[in-house]
Design a protein around this ligand. Structure first.
Ligand code: ADP
Ligand code: MG
Length: 342
């Protein structure tokens, strides 16, 4: 899946407080980790039920992640999505309920963001070297961009999940779910944990997170939002959360430079080019990790002005990091500010 290189936008850690006062009892904490979607995952479980078979849970989790990948990865030629993308047909094509539901959700995000979020952007993602075909060294020719744009537009893709089936208006429409698939996988992992009665956990896949309950010290989970820097990893701010999900989109891990300009993997579906404004990263907190993931991408497309106005209007908890001459500036919506103490 496009879920590009190890984009660990968010580091997370537990702070051991207690320099003063009673020593805090540390509950047992376990980690399940591995690789998926071209990145890593890490799942922390705090004091789970003694009868929980963690090894079996780990195997189930990894199998579920693999199943999601073989449904929606554009990096796997035999995934269900890749087969739909290759289909030389404009008829309704039967697909799994899972793929249909995710595409239908994505199309709703397109409507809601007036096309800023658009999973049909795939031909442009690939043309700009951010897809499974690999990197490019310089921007593509204008004619190639114009040509790819004729295949792009969420109105060219249709989902009927009563069937369930998908249909494209042109056979060469190509769907890329990378902007929300990691978040979706985070939600699915969290749901699997819940079916095993795990009530205190932190799920992280490639920087997208969902958490419930408390950490091993009985505190809210402490999440560090990374500073948007290309070369080093440092913390911009720490937020404490529970019972929610958080996703970040940024321009500082997956990009190339040409003649002094940065071209990153967030594509404006109207211009056919990587976005060019000052926002280096956008973090969104929401109940669902898939929604947070899609919204973070959408807000990064919209940029600081339009994106913040949209987030404020829609009541989205959003945190923008802007690259300015005097360094990184932060902007948040009221919902985000109310939730965290920056
Ligand atoms: P990451 O996957 O690195 O966490 P995002 O969630 O923002 O970051 O997803 C970025 C990916 O989404 C790109 O690599 C590309 O595959 C896809 N994409 C790029 N532009 C858009 C867009 N405007 N709408 C939907 N998906 C996009
Ligand atoms: Mg996203």
């Amino acid at each position: 899946m496009i879920l590009v290189d190890n984009l660990l936008i968010i580091l997370f850690f537990s702070l051991i407080l207690g320099a003063c006062g009673e020593p805090v009892e540390r509950l047992p904490e376990y980690e399940l980790s591995g690789q998926t979607m071209g990145t890593s995952y890490s799942i922390k479980l705090v004091a789970p039920d003694q009868n929980l078979d963690r090894q079996t849970l780990g195997v189930k989790l990894s199998a579920r992640l693999d199943e999601i990948n073989s449904t929606m990865s554009t990096y796997r030629p035999e995934s269900e999505l890749s087969r739909f993308n290759r289909l030389d047909s404009t008829d309704w094509s039967p697909v799994s309920t899972e793929l249909c539901a995710l595409v239908a959700d994505a199309l709703e995000f397109s409507e809601r963001t007036d096309g800023a979020f658009d999973i049909t952007v795939g031909p442009l993602v690939n043309l700009w070297g951010f897809g499974p075909d690999g990197d490019i060294a310089r921007p593509p020719a204008d004619a190639a961009i114009a040509d790819a744009l004729t295949r792009v537009g969420f109105g060219k893709l249709h989902a009927n999940c009563d069937l369930p089936a998908l249909r494209k208006d042109r056979a060469d429409v190509y769907v890329d779910l990378s902007a929300l698939a990691k978040g979706y996988a985070v939600d699915q992992s969290a749901e699997l944990l819940e079916t095993h009665r795990v009530t205190d956990y932190l799920v992280e896949i490639g920087g997208e997170l969902r958490m419930r309950g408390h950490n091993a010290l009985g505190e809210l989970w402490a999440i560090a939002v990374e500073k948007p820097q290309d070369d080093t990893r440092s913390v911009q701010s720490v937020v404490r959360l529970t019972d929610s999900a958080m996703a970040t989109s940024g321009d500082y891990r997956n990009f190339f430079e040409f003649e002094g300009r940065r071209y990153s993997h967030t594509i404006h579906p109207k211009t056919g080019r990587p976005v060019t404004h000052d926002a280096a990263a956008v973090t969104v907190v929401d109940k669902s990790a898939a929604d947070a993931d899609a919204l973070a991408t959408a807000l990064l497309v919209l940029g600081p002005e339009e994106g913040l106005a949209f987030a404020a209007r829609e009541g989205i908890a959003a945190y923008f990091l802007l690259r300015t001459e005097s360094g990184i500036e932060q902007r948040t919506t009221g919902e985000f500010a109310a939730m965290v103490n920056l």
